[in-house]
Design a protein around this ligand. Sequence first.
Ligand SMILES: NC(=O)c1ccc[n+]([C@@H]2O[C@H](COP(=O)([O-])OP(=O)(O)OC[C@H]3O[C@@H](n4cnc5c(N)ncnc54)[C@H](OP(=O)(O)O)[C@@H]3O)[C@@H](O)[C@H]2O)c1
Length: 221
Amino acid sequence: MELVVFGGNGFIGRRVCRRAVEDGHEVRSIARSGPPASELRGPWADAVTWHAANVFAPNEYRDALEGADAVVHSIGIAEESPTEGVTFERVNGDSAIITALESERAGVDRFVFVSSASTPPMVREAYLTAKRRAETAIADLDMATTVLRPGAVYGPDQPHFPSVLNRLLAVLGSVDPVAERLGAGRPLDVETVGSAVYETAVRLDSWESPLDAQRIAARAS
Ligand SMILES: NC(=O)c1ccc[n+]([C@@H]2O[C@H](COP(=O)([O-])OP(=O)(O)OC[C@H]3O[C@@H](n4cnc5c(N)ncnc54)[C@H](OP(=O)(O)O)[C@@H]3O)[C@@H](O)[C@H]2O)c1
């Protein structure tokens, strides 16, 4: 299978790419900076084709979508830079809609959108409003579309919050009775999320959407 991962060099996207390579799929990533930094790469990274392109310039990556069976959108921000046009509306919302439309146009069978369960603390509500707008906009396209809604995701090299919070989330997420009581807001290990996204992209028999944190955990196991 040919898989394209938008944001394949990111925290979650790297795990999706690695899983797909391990299972022998052909993998292409699209992100502005191309491959991940060398300290975040394993041998698997040599098997990925890393396209350096901006999601808002489809002409830069249209060729990479040709022949793809499945596309994953794992682009997002938790912090805005409005003076540079980096807003939740654009990056968390519009970029998913653009990539879904481009994927449909390329004849892709399956599109997986990594959305979110909630807005992170101290962050504008527009973070989630943009995600939900994109979820609705891509729902009726001519391809199977699945939305995953993880809550906070923890793990090595977690780029968004302090390491003390990363460790606390790891404790909460790894004790099953505690994690299960937290329901859709349960923190998830990045390996779990990466596996669930990958499984969703390659399993053409699954039509369940959206997947909340409990279902993401089940899908990965
Ligand atoms: N981590 C969490 O706790 C968490 C929780 C819930 C949901 N999510 C969602 O999961 C998704 C992935 O998050 P993450 O934690 O993996 O974030 P991340 O590590 O910051 O990765 C974001 C990815 O987006 C790419 N990107 C950003 N702007 C781009 C642009 N204009 N054009 C092309 N690529 C662009 C980045 O690569 P370049 O910088 O090289 O372009 C990077 O690959 C996001 O949608 C996020 O909202 C994350």
